[in-house]
Design a protein around this ligand. Sequence first.
Ligand SMILES: Cc1ncc(COP(=O)(O)O)c(C=O)c1O
Length: 364
Amino acid sequence: MNPVKPRPSILKIAPYLQGKSELDGIKNPIKLSSNESPLGPSPKAIEAYRQAALTLFRYPDGSQHDLKAAIATRFNLPEENLLCGNGSDEIIQMLIRAYIGEGDEIIISEHAFAMCRVHALAQGADVITAPEPNLVPDVDQILSRITDKTQMITIATPNNPVGRYMTKQELKRLHDNIPDHVLLLVDSAYADYVEVEDYDSGMELAQTQSNVVMTRTFSKLYGLSALRIGWVLADVEIIHILQRIRTPFNTNAPALAAACAAILDTDYENMIRKHNNEWLKKLTKDITDLGIEVIPSVANFILLHFKPSETHTADAACKFLLSKGIIPRPVGASGPDNCLRITIGLSEENKIVMRALTEFMETQ
Ligand SMILES: Cc1ncc(COP(=O)(O)O)c(C=O)c1O
């Protein structure tokens, strides 16, 4: 027995389960398990990454100046309200480390990013889960859980694994009713795909309200998951607090360069959004026509809900798809019962998925 003991709260954390990426005996499986962008990043981002290889002996720009300037230009935001992280995950971790401690309470909406819970437990905080009975962050469920100990609230919109969003009005109602000292973290990892009008990624609120922060990522629409770049929009004082705990070179030079080129290539961004949203619509309709419920999504994935039946369960569908070389994401207890999540893939991959699901529904 090892005499070295971790802090007790660490033992409450189950190790993170990554989306499957390999299948025994299948050479190039269709990986639809991690909500990555199947078309990859802008060629300009790849070129910037290659150029950065020439100066790998230098430390990166710790001030992240160029990327913050590019994000500020793209979204018309003040640079002083921005900070980049090693994925939005790192930003979320920094926020939780800075604002939550032993015995504090954090309210995490049911379908928020799974790592929020991990980071909060690591701090020794009490995690309070607010259910999402309508599969979207629920203002009243969250508000009813606020106590004197609440320090932070986290929601994801669009949420994951569902893909639904909170309306602008509901997000505002949530903010209007929380105490000023409670930090509201709006995780908008999938915001870049959303085209509906009554949506606020948190950008509007985070610009005007000092207790609202919004996190975004380059891992999804911008196709740079491997490089790990995310960012936050927050009040200047919060940025200064995060700067105190940020490691000086948390974002690496090739990643900064690629992200900078990616965010300024709006033609490429529009092409990716168009591909995603056309297939989102088509797959939603075609899969619904097969008799499988598809939860309406505004992100780059869909959640298939299999109606209670002895044969056509999410589990059976998952096994069937795996046998055809397609890797979906079982959602288990982190999603509604009997569901399977599938990322929108390349056109050819989506057609293969449709054929496989058709066969599954007909023959099993
Ligand atoms: C809702 C949500 N938030 C945040 C993240 C973290 O993204 P990253 O750390 O790659 O920026 C993910 C990743 O899948 C996610 O689904």
